[in-house]
Design a binder for this molecule. Structure first.
Ligand code: TXA
Ligand code: MG
Length: 342
C-alpha cells in the first residue's frame, strides 16, 4: 500500500472499494493485492513478476501451491514476455477471441516465476476484455497474476462487494468495475501439445473454439483427486461450493422440494415446478444462456445466504454456455456434499 494512502482503522478491517486505477496500480507496484474487475469474474491481482506478491495471493486465498495462476496481459505485445514458441493456432485464437474469456496455456519464458505456474512448463495467459482490467494492467506496466478473488473452493465473485465480503480484510483495494458481464470464468485450453486440450469449460463455448482451430480434446477430470495436482488443477471436483447442500435435477425434470425441510430452487426457462419451495429464483430464459451465466454466482450466493436446508438446482442442456454452467453446478454440488458429509 502506498504511503500517501495510509489505511484508517476501518480500512484495516475492510479494504476500500473504488474506481481509482492509478491508486490500484500503485498498490500493485508496491507488491500489494488488488481486486480486479474482468468480464468473467473478479480476479485477485498481483504483479506476475514479483514472487512475493504472488505468494501473498496463495496465502490470502488459502490456495494450494500446486494450482497455477493465470497471467493477465493488457495487449498481445506483452505476450513474448511470458510465452515463447507460440504455435500458429494460438495466434488464430488470439485474433478471434482476445480480448475475452479465453485462457491459453503456452510454453512459458524464464521471466514467469515458478510459483505462478506451479512449476509446470506452461503458463496460462489471457487478455481480459473489461476496459478497467486493461487500464490497470497498462498502468501497472507489468502482467498481473490473478486467480478468481475468492477463498479456495468457494464461489467466484462477480461484484466488487463479493470480493470485499470474502477477502476484504486481507487485500489492499478493490477496483469497482460493476457486475461482471459474462459471469463464469474463462475457458482454459492447453496448446502445449500438437492436440489442443480443453482444461476448463468457461465463458467462451467449446463449439466456438472448434470452429476456429478444429477438434479439441476434453481433458477428463479425476473426481477422486480432491487434493493433488491434476492436468488442470482447476479440475478439482470440490469447487464453487455454497455452504448449503446443493442437489441437482435434470434440465427438463419437474422440480420437487424435499419434504419436511426448507428448500429453495435455482432454475431457468419455464420447466415445471411443484409447490413447496420457500424461494424460487429463475436465472433467465432458455434461449439466452448469457443472461443465466451473468447472474449465476450472484444468485447462488443470494440463495445460500437465505440458509435453507437444501438448494435444488436445475442443470442446463450440455452445449454452449450450458457446459460451463453445468460444470459449476456439478462441482458446487460435489463440494457441498463433501462439506456436509462431516
Ligand atoms: O476468468 C478467469 O479465468 C478468472 C479471471 C480473474 O481471469 N480467473 C480464474 O482463475 O478463474 P482461477 O485461478 O480461479 O482458475 C484458473 C485455472 C486454474 O485453476 C488452473 O487449473 C488453470 O486455470 N491454469 C492456470 N494456469 C495454468 C497452467 N500453467 N497450466 C495448467 N492450468 C492452468
Ligand atoms: Mg477460481
Amino acid at each position: 500500500m502506498p504511503e500517501s494512502n495510509v489505511p484508517t482503522q476501518v480500512d484495516v478491517l475492510r479494504c476500500r472499494i473504488g474506481t481509482d486505477v492509478a491508486f490500484a496500480a500503485e498498490c500493485l507496484r508496491s507488491g500489494g493485492l488488488v481486486g480486479m474487475p474482468t468480464e468473467t469474474v473478479y480476479g485477485l491481482a498481483a504483479s506476475a513478476l514479483q514472487p512475493q506478491a504472488v505468494a501473498a495471493v496463495f496465502d490470502v486465498k488459502r490456495r494450494p501451491h500446486f494450482d497455477p495462476l493465470i497471467v493477465h496481459l493488457s495487449g498481445i505485445d506483452q505476450l513474448p514476455m511470458v510465452a515463447k514458441e507460440i504455435p500458429e493456432r494460438a495466434y488464430q485464437l488470439a485474433e478471434r477471441c482476445w480480448p475475452g474469456p479465453l485462457t491459453m496455456i503456452l510454453p512459458r519464458t524464464a521471466e514467469v516465476p515458478d510459483l505462478v505456474t506451479a512449476g509446470l512448463p506452461g503458463t496460462g495467459v489471457r487478455i481480459p476484455a473489461h476496459p478497467m482490467a486493461r487500464q490497470l494492467i497498462a498502468a501497472a506496466g507489468f502482467p498481473l497474476a490473478a486467480p478468481s478473488a475468492n477463498l479456495f473452493g468457494c464461489m467466484s465473485p462477480t461484484t466488487a462487494e463479493h470480493v470485499r465480503d470474502g477477502l476484504g480484510n486481507s487485500i489492499d483495494y478493490v477496483l469497482d468495475g460493476g457486475p461482471c458481464s459474462i459471469g463464469v470464468e474463462s475457458t482454459v485450453i492447453s496448446l502445449m501439445e500438437e492436440q489442443p486440450v480443453l482444461l476448463r469449460h468457461g465463458g467462451l463455448p467449446l463449439e466456438e473454439l472448434e470452429q476456429i482451430i478444429g477438434p479439441i480434446v476434453i481433458a477428463a477430470a479425476d473426481p477422486d483427486a480432491h487434493d493433488r495436482a491434476q492436468p488442470a488443477p482447476g479440475m478439482l471436483s470440490r469447487h464453487y461450493a455454497p455452504r448449503t447442500r446443493m442437489q441437482l435435477i435434470p434440465a427438463e425434470a419437474e422440480a420437487h422440494p424435499v419434504p419436511g425441510i426448507r428448500n429453495v430452487l435455482l432454475t431457468w426457462g419455464n420447466a415445471p415446478v411443484a409447490p413447496g419451495f420457500d424461494r424460487i429464483h429463475s436465472l433467465g430464459p432458455a434461449e439466452d444462456l448469457r443472461i443465466c451465466a451473468a447472474g449465476f454466482f450472484a444468485a447462488l450466493r443470494m440463495l445460500d445466504a437465505l440458509a435453507p436446508d437444501v438448494i435444488i438446482a436445475r442443470e442446463f442442456t450440455d452445449s454452449g454456455l450450458g457446459r460451463a454452467l453445468n460444470d459449476r453446478l456439478r462441482r458446487g454440488a460435489a463440494g457441498s456434499e463433501q462439506s456436509h458429509a462431516h
